[in-house]
Design a protein around this ligand. Structure first.
Ligand SMILES: [Zn+2]
Length: 315
C-alpha cells in the first residue's frame, strides 16, 4: 500500500503572531505526528511558521510592520531548527521538511543557507503575504531560489489567494511563476480560493498541483460571503456546506493533481477579524467521506508525484 500523505503542515514558532494576539502561533513536530497517528496519516510535508525571528516581532505586533532585523536573513534559524527537531524526535521517515524562502530580501545569503540544507530538505515553500514579499519576485530578485530548486529537482509550495488585500500571493502571479519554470513541480495552496477559472487554468499546466489546505475554514468563508474566497459568479459550483463534495468537485477538474493538506495547525485562524476554529480531526473526517479512488489520488498518488516527480516512488 502507498503511504497516506498530508502535504501542507507547519512546525515551529511565530513570536510575531503571539505578541499580536493572533493564533495559532506554535506547534512542535510531536503534536503533528500525534495527529497523524490518530487519523491514519503516514507522512506529512512540513515547514516553518510564517513570520520568522529574523523580523522584528514587536514592530509586527504593535504596528503591523514587516522589518528585517540587522544582520539577519529570512528563515536563517527556522529552516535549520526544523531539520534539527525532526532528527531529534527521530521522525525523518514521517516528515518531509520544506525550507521557507523570501524572494525579496538577502537572496544570496538565503542560497548559502539552503546549500547547507540541500540534503535534508524535500523542497521550498513561500508564504508571501505575511512577510509582504511578492511571489512575482521569484522571477526577478528571487530567481536564484527557483534555479536552486530546478537544479536539485525540488518541488515548491506557494501560498495562493485571490483576496484583493493580499496582493503578494495572487493566483495569477503564482501561475505565471509556474509557467516560467516548467521543470519545477509547484503546489498552489488553498484550492485556489475555489475560483473555477483558475482551477481550470491550473489543470492545463502540467507542472502545477493544487492543495486543499484549510478546507473547512475556506468552506466556512464561502458560506459567510467573505471576499477571501471566490465570489459567486467566479466560484466553482459545489455545496459548500458539504466539504467532501467540494473536494470531489475540484478533483473532477484536477484529478491526481489535487492534494490533501490539513494546514495544521492553521486549520484554525484567529486574527483581528477572523475567528475560525477547526481541528485535525475535523479535517481528517472529511477524508473518510471521499470515494476510495479520490482519496488515493489526493493522499497518495498525487503527493508522491508532486514530491518526488515520479508516480509510485515511495523513497
Ligand atoms: Zn499553510
Amino acid at each position: 500500500m502507498m503511504p497516506v500523505y498530508d502535504v501542507h503542515t507547519h512546525v515551529g514558532l511565530d513570536l510575531g503572531f503571539f505578541l499580536r494576539g493572533w493564533r495559532p502561533y506554535a506547534a512542535w513536530a510531536r503534536d503533528l505526528v500525534e495527529h497523524m497517528d490518530a487519523h491514519g496519516i503516514d507522512r506529512a510535508v512540513c515547514f516553518p511558521f510564517t513570520f520568522p525571528s529574523a523580523f522584528n516581532a514587536v514592530a509586527f505586533a504593535d504596528q503591523g510592520r514587516v522589518e528585517l532585523l540587522p544582520g539577519r536573513v529570512p528563515f536563517d534559524r527556522e529552516n535549520d531548527m526544523l531539520i534539527r527537531e525532526i532528527d531529534a524526535l527521530g521522525v525523518r521517515n514521517r516528515l518531509h521538511p520544506l525550507a521557507m524562502i523570501d524572494p525579496s530580501r538577502c537572496v544570496n545569503e538565503q542560497l548559502r543557507n539552503l546549500d547547507r540544507l540541500a540534503g535534508p530538505i524535500s523542497g521550498l515553500k513561500l508564504q508571501s503575504t505575511i512577510i509582504e514579499s511578492p511571489v512575482r519576485n521569484l522571477l526577478t530578485t528571487g530567481r536564484g531560489l527557483l534555479e536552486f530548486a530546478a537544479d536539485r529537482q525540488l518541488p515548491v509550495l506557494l501560498h495562493a489567494t485571490i483576496w484583493e488585500q493580499a496582493p503578494h500571493a495572487q493566483v495569477d502571479d503564482c501561475l505565471a511563476v509556474a509557467e516560467a519554470f516548467p521543470s519545477i513541480r509547484f503546489d498552489l495552496a488553498h484550492s485556489l480560493a475555489f475560483h473555477a477559472g483558475h482551477l481550470r487554468r491550473a489543470s492545463q499546466i502540467p507542472n502545477v498541483w493544487v492543495d486543499c489546505a484549510a478546507l473547512l475554514a475556506q468552506c466556512r468563508l464561502v458560506r459567510d460571503g467573505s471576499p477571501i474566497v471566490a465570489a459567486p459568479a467566479d466560484r466553482l459550483d459545489a455545496d459548500y456546506a458539504r466539504p467532501a463534495q467540494v473536494l470531489e468537485a475540484i478533483h473532477a477538474i484536477l484529478g491526481d493533481h489535487y492534494l490533501w493538506g490539513s494546514d495544521n495547525p492553521y486549520m484554525s485562524w484567529c486574527d483581528d477579524h477572523l475567528r475560525l476554529l477547526y481541528s485535525y480531526a475535523d479535517e481528517a473526517a472529511v477524508l473518510k467521506m471521499l470515494p476510495e479512488r479520490v482519496r488515493a489520488d489526493m493522499c497518495s498518488t498525487g503527493p508522491e508525484a508532486w514530491l518526488f516527480g515520479r508516480k509510485g516512488n515511495t523513497l
